[in-house]
Write a protein that binds this ligand. Structure first.
Ligand SMILES: Cc1ncc(COP(=O)(O)O)c(C=O)c1O
Length: 383
């Protein structure tokens, strides 16, 4: 086995969840998913596909009709994209790994904006790539801010890739259009690729149909890979379906890597993806409306707790909160699970920048669960 893998830190979100998954009394808010099942029309499309016997290997880059539909979907939100630039992948996380395999190797350097979902920074580490972290910083109210100058200064000709997740998991911080433009211009100068994880682009509370995207600014020739997922916008976490938007001409290289990783996404899952896109904007808009109600309810209640700092996130599925007098987030998260029946993700899971914080996924169909969770937290804090 490679020493590097043996020495690697596993997911601390999993570590906390594993301690409580068997206990049905734990209110689990640790993973980034809603407790709402995938829409029926999507499930039925997959069932029909299986009934037709669509159980064979398929194209590396995805069903042509799904690539067409994704190109239309993307073009409806951003600058026009043709289907040749779309690669269908077996999840967003797989898309991120494919981008990593495509762009970096041992001894290379990437820059990552952090705190961030750990998979983004662990994947290059698996390749033996050095990850240089540029930290977001919280203000007094708990809202996280980017020091754009520091990020630009960290990216030089030696930087193979800028990894940025916006809207950000766990903080909800989101790049502005101006920041994206500045980063794109700088990365053009240094020859740095941008891998933009935009899986939460529709989970956006800032007005308009989605968060600012690099796809609004870049040309088809820019060194930009945008990673997407069906998991969040279409309630399909368990399906493992995502996609990449690639520059012109890069598809065949990614196709080879898909062949060596998963060969293709399962056809019945892709049929589900097609049905999800056919639900149209009204589905996603309804979902975001329900999410906003969850967010507002949770935030209002958390802000009443003395010693808890939390800002209203602009995007994503999470409240990221700091609890005074609890610097060790892993220990606190484990105590909350074991003694108070409350499952939250420890901030340190997202890197040292997140230490002292906890992440709470507010995507919950039953709002009372959120209120009950807050009362358990209050009890745990002796309030
Ligand atoms: C920032 C970010 N990127 C990518 C993903 C991957 O989503 P999936 O692998 O379910 O498509 C997640 C899931 O939580 C995420 O938070």
């Amino acid at each position: 086995m490679r020493d590097l893998v043996v020495a690697m830190q596993g997911s601390r979100i999993r570590e906390v969840a594993d301690a409580g998954l068997k206990n049905p009394d734990v209110l689990a808010f640790w993973f980034g998913e809603s407790d709402e099942a995938t829409p029926l029309a999507v499930r039925e499309a997959a069932v029909r596909s299986l009934e037709r016997g669509e159980t064979f290997y398929g194209h590396n880059l995805g069903l042509p009709e799904l690539r067409d539909a994704l190109a239309r979907y993307t073009s409806g939100l951003h600058r026009p994209v043709d289907a040749g630039r779309i690669a269908v992948t077996s999840s967003g996380v797989s898309a991120l790994m494919l981008a990593t395999e495509l762009l970096v190797g041992a001894g290379d350097e990437v820059v990552a904006v952090a705190p961030v979902w750990p998979n983004l920074t662990q994947q290059p580490a698996v390749m033996g790539t050095r990850v240089r972290r540029v930290a977001l910083a919280p203000d007094a109210g708990g809202a996280w801010r980017l020091d754009l100058r520091a990020l630009i200064d960290a990216i030089g000709a030696q930087t193979k890739v800028l990894l940025v997740n916006s809207p950000n998991n766990p903080t909800g911080w989101t790049l502005t259009r101006d920041e994206q433009q500045a980063l794109l211009s700088h990365c053009r100068r240094t020859g740095t690729w941008i891998v933009a994880d935009e899986v939460y682009e529709r989970m956006w509370f800032g007005g308009g149909r989605c968060a600012p995207s690099f796809l609004d600014l870049a040309t088809s020739g820019d060194r930009l890979i945008v990673v997407h997922s069906f998991s969040k916008s279409f309630l399909m976490t368990g399906w493992r379906l995502g996609w990449m938007v690639l520059p012109d001409g890069v598809g065949p290289q990614v196709g080879k890597l898909i062949e060596f990783n998963t060969s293709c996404a399962p056809e019945f899952v892709q049929r589900g993806g097609l049905a999800a896109l056919a639900l149209g904007d009204s589905f996603v808009e309804g979902l975001v409306q329900r999410l906003r109600a969850c967010r507002d309810l949770l935030l209002a209640q958390l802000r009443e707790l003395p010693g808890v700092t939390v800002a209203v996130p602009d995007g994503g599925l999470y409240a990221f909160l700091r609890i005074e007098a609890h610097a060790d987030s892993l220990a606190l998260a484990k105590t909350l699970v074991a003694e108070h029946g409350l499952g939250l993700a420890p901030g340190v899971a997202f890197g040292p920048e997140g230490e002292g914080w906890l992440r709470w996924c507010f995507a919950s169909r039953e709002r009372e669960r959120l209120a009950l969770g807050v009362s358990r937290l209050a009890r745990a804090l002796g309030l």
